[in-house]
Design a protein around this ligand. Structure first.
Ligand code: 2BA
Length: 109
């Protein structure tokens, strides 16, 4: 058994959740925060049999879009004055960041 941990954009999360549950997968949704942007994202935990991993990855890929986001990054105006001015930086976020990990035990009581 595997645990698929998928970090996705909030805007993609509900459609993705719908498709996964419609197809019979069990999913846990967590409200999470990205360490870099410090903004909300969604983490889904999906426990599946080994042979179902490929189908889950395809569903995630179909539902999660890559986005460009402009963030304000403080940069030193001068190293001697220590004055910082924000400047815009374009970064690409997602579609999804996915970890697939082995499950040692799966227990439901
Ligand atoms: P954040 O940490 O908020 O990162 C959002 C986006 O900012 C990243 O998109 C990436 O494009 C950029 N970014 C992150 N760290 C950076 C850095 N040190 N320098 C330059 N740019 C940086 P994604 O790579 O698609 O990641 C989306 C979200 O997935 C992340 O949100 C984080 O919540 C999660 N994530 C990504 N890689 C991870 C990892 N190795 N471990 C745990 N969570 C991860």
């Amino acid at each position: 058994m595997k645990l698929v941990i998928a970090i996705v954009n909030d805007e993609d999360a509900l459609d993705l959740l719908d498709e996964l549950t419609d197809k019979g997968f069990r999913v846990t949704k967590l409200a999470t925060t990205g360490g870099f942007l410090r903004s909300g994202n969604t983490t889904l935990m999906i426990g599946v049999d080994d042979e179902q991993v490929k189908e889950v990855l395809t569903i995630i890929e179909d539902n999660c879009k890559t986005r460009h986001q402009v963030v304000s990054n403080p940069s030193p105006l001068s190293t001697t004055t220590g004055v910082y001015v924000p400047y815009p930086v374009d970064i690409e976020v997602g579609g999804a960041t996915i970890f697939v990990v082995d499950v040692h035990d799966f227990i439901r009581v």
